[in-house]
Design a protein around this ligand. Structure first.
Ligand SMILES: Cc1cc2nc3c(=O)[nH]c(=O)nc-3n(C[C@H](O)[C@H](O)[C@H](O)COP(=O)(O)OP(=O)(O)OC[C@H]3O[C@@H](n4cnc5c(N)ncnc54)[C@H](O)[C@@H]3O)c2cc1C
Length: 381
């Protein structure tokens, strides 16, 4: 189905992203998998190409695109190479940077945003704790007042860019009595005394993205590190999570679509019983089914992207986009593995890695159960 949300400016931008991917990403994917991380050169090169500052105003080194469709184009093109790329990039540029851009003080913007846009300051976001991620309001990392300072103690886990990041927007309890109304966001630099991180976590998929635990032991910060308002952190996160979920949805569909297209090619070439396997009715009907599912998901996500670019996307529609796209992606990729036969289970085949990479998308950014909980509540249930 012809897509209608992108115009020639978006397509020209897509071409420049493709050029970056061909030159700076594709030749290095195996190195990234082995290193279990994206090297700093990736970030610096992306910064040079203007791919880290779409949401950052020009005065701080960004390009201030002002139209989420450009972010979506970038996410789509990175997803075609592998699911970890839009994840790491998205956490940095589309998920964490907006907290500083939209909630930061002038001093914070000047201190951090030029480095964020250039790739010299890599961002991560610390919400999830070892004790739980779904129930964000129950987080236990604390900040206690000490004169003009705050003393932070606690830990975060599963943090994307956690091993190599430089600055973490971190959700911390500043009032133990007030539940969700006692949470504040702090910008915590990795050089801060008392900050440390664990090893790169050993994941089932998404090897290229580094994921780590963060530890805070008497980390001393001041009000100058508060992002947004004191005790408003939970509200700030709720306001920003729809964009995070939409970004996930864009990647989910683009990633699955790419692997499906490669699988269709495979089904045309691979022979069994003297014929291409795609010509057997079962497989032909299956591929027809999968293409339809992807296009239906893509049409819904495109509408969400358009709404978001017009600032009308609701949190509930973002939740629907997130759970549905990750479910479709997982189903499609499971069938793609099956169509590859034994090769589909070999790590050297992209389809195998894509299938493993996709699994987490039903868990993170708010699990699919939490997404359905939000949608159900909106139904008055
Ligand atoms: C690779 C990876 C990268 C990540 N990156 C980040 C990051 O950068 N920053 C960050 O802060 N977090 C990150 N996360 C954490 C992720 O967001 C959490 O894992 C997720 O929110 C779920 O939290 P949890 O793991 O504590 O599971 P839990 O909250 O313990 O949930 C366990 C199960 O119970 C279900 N459940 C919980 N509550 C309900 C309910 N009310 N109704 C029905 N079912 C329920 C959940 O859906 C899940 O199936 C990442 C996770 C992974 C695996």
């Amino acid at each position: 189905m012809k897509r209608e949300i992108y115009d020639e400016d978006h397509e020209a931008f897509r071409a420049s992203v493709k050029e970056f991917v061909d030159r700076s990403v594709l030749p290095h994917t195996e190195e990234h998998i082995k290193a279990k991380a994206l090297p700093r050169e990736f970030w610096l090169e992306a910064g040079k190409q203007g791919l880290l500052g779409l949401c950052i105003p020009e005065e701080y080194g960004g390009s201030d695109a002002g139209d989420y469709r450009f972010n979506a184009v970038l996410q789509e093109e990175l997803s075609k190479v592998g699911a970890a790329y839009p994840t790491c990039h998205g956490i940095h540029a589309d998920i964490t940077a907006p907290y500083i851009v939209e909630l930061g003080t002038e001093e914070q913007k000047q201190r951090w945003l030029p480095g964020v846009a250039s790739g010299e300051i890599l961002l991560g976001i610390g919400m999830t704790e070892p004790g739980g991620g779904s129930d964000l309001a129950a987080l236990k990392t604390t900040a206690v007042r000490d004169g003009d300072s705050w003393i932070i103690n606690g830990s975060k886990t599963f943090i994307t860019n956690g091993y190599s990041g430089d600055l973490f927007v971190t959700a911390v309890r500043t009032d133990p009595e007030k539940g969700p109304k006692g949470i504040t966001l702090f910008g915590i630099e990795a050089t801060q005394e008392g900050f440390s991180r664990g090893r790169k976590l050993d994941k089932v998929g998404m090897e290229e993205s580094d994921t780590a635990e963060l530890f805070f032991e008497n980390v001393r910060v001041t009000d100058a590190e508060i992002i947004g308002e004191l005790n408003m952190g939970f509200i700030h996160m709720m306001e920003k999570l729809p964009q995070e979920r939409l970004g996930c949805a864009v990647s989910n569909v683009a990633h699955a679509k790419q692997i499906l297209l490669e699988t269709i090619d495979y089904a045309k070439e691979r022979q069994a019983f003297g014929a291409p396997i795609g010509t057997f009715q079962h497989n032909k009907f299956l591929l027809a089914d999968l293409v339809t599912r992807i296009e239906a998901a893509e049409a819904y996500i495109d509408k969400c992207v358009l709404n978001h670019s017009q600032k009308t996307l609701t949190a509930i529609d973002a939740a629907k986009a997130k759970w549905f796209s990750s479910q479709v992606q997982s189903e499609v990729l499971d069938h793609c593995v099956q169509l590859h036969g034994g090769y589909g289970f070999m790590n050297e085949y992209r389809v195998a890695r894509a299938w493993r990479d996709a699994r987490v998308t039903k868990i993170w950014a708010g699990s699919n159960e939490i997404m359905k909980e939000l949608i159900g509540r909106d139904l008055g249930l």
